[in-house]
Ligand binder design. Structure first.
Ligand code: DGL
Length: 267
């Protein structure tokens, strides 16, 4: 199975996939050379996602998980149309969970600029409950901070507090962490919002959807076997290894470097 993100954020989804499907094989690609995706125009992110999807398919994966909310916003339908293998994204499960969780029908969204601009969460939330008020805040500083040397430093807490202020003011009781990087600093969000706010993110739901898709199509591996995982990056393998191990608590041996030209040629 292929899983991709702009960086290490998709590891939150990979982790849940490994817990749910230990008998499957995974290839994870982080597009570090072009991180962050959030501030880029959506058509550029769409091009990146199409290159990566085609590349993963050329490596023989049987399903692609688009483990990046920005790339899901920009390119999920295009990937589903173009690839021969099933493609699962990350936005729909969160919209469902948030509408179910809210009691006062006021939901906050924290996400990248691209995800907020694309407006997919608003469409999905309002399709489920047109009476919900959705307050969206773009958080451009968070992905670079999470990918920095000091993801849990004072600056991260300061940035989260600033972004959270508007949602607290609006009285939301549920907040969607609409970027796969954000659960990596989930405890910072929990401290800033306190107990009365429900935080929603989709890694577990996404893993369940992947498992169900494989089962329905009869694509699963034998449940008795032990699966494998490997890592690819368009950036520096050494720093990806260090960050991946820190966030996933998983020994990462080899990280393969993939050239952007190779990705471009696959599309
Ligand atoms: N993890 C990506 C997401 O879910 C981060 C995007 C970025 O690189 O800005 O949106």
């Amino acid at each position: 199975m292929g899983v991709f993100d702009s960086g290490v954020g998709g590891l939150t989804v990979l982790h849940e996939c490994l817990v749910t499907m230990p008998h499957e094989d995974f290839v994870y690609l982080g597009d570090h050379a072009r991180l962050p995706y959030g501030p880029r125009p959506l058509d550029e992110v769409q091009r990146f996602a199409r290159e990566i999807g085609a590349y993963l398919q050329s490596r023989g994966v049987k399903l692609v998980v688009n483990a990046c909310n920005t790339a899901t916003s920009a390119a999920l339908p295009q990937l589903q149309e173009e690839l021969d293998v099933p493609v699962v994204g990350v936005i729909t499960p969160e919209a469902h969970a948030a509408v179910q969780a809210t009691r006062n029908r006021r939901i906050g969204l924290l996400a990248t600029e691209g995800t907020v601009r694309a407006g997919r969460y608003a469409e999905l939330v309002h399709a489920l409950d047109a009476g919900v008020e959705l307050v969206s805040v773009a958080c451009p500083r968070l992905v670079p901070l999470i990918e920095s040397e000091d993801p849990f430093g004072a600056e991260t807490t300061r940035a989260v507090r600033e972004y959270a202020a508007e949602l607290k003011e609006a009285g939301v009781d549920t907040v969607i962490l609409g970027c796969t990087h954000y659960p990596l600093i989930g405890q910072v969000f929990q401290r800033v919002f306190g107990r009365d706010v429900t935080l929603v993110f989709s890694a577990e739901e996404t893993a369940r959807e992947v498992a169900e898709t494989l089962a329905r199509k009869g694509y699963e591996n034998d449940a008795g076997r032990e699966g494998s995982y490997r890592f690819l990056t368009t950036g520096d393998p050494g720093s990806f290894r260090a960050m991946g191990a820190r966030f996933l608590q998983l020994p990462i041996d080899d990280v393969e470097h993939v050239d952007l030209a190779v990705l471009g040629a696959a599309a």
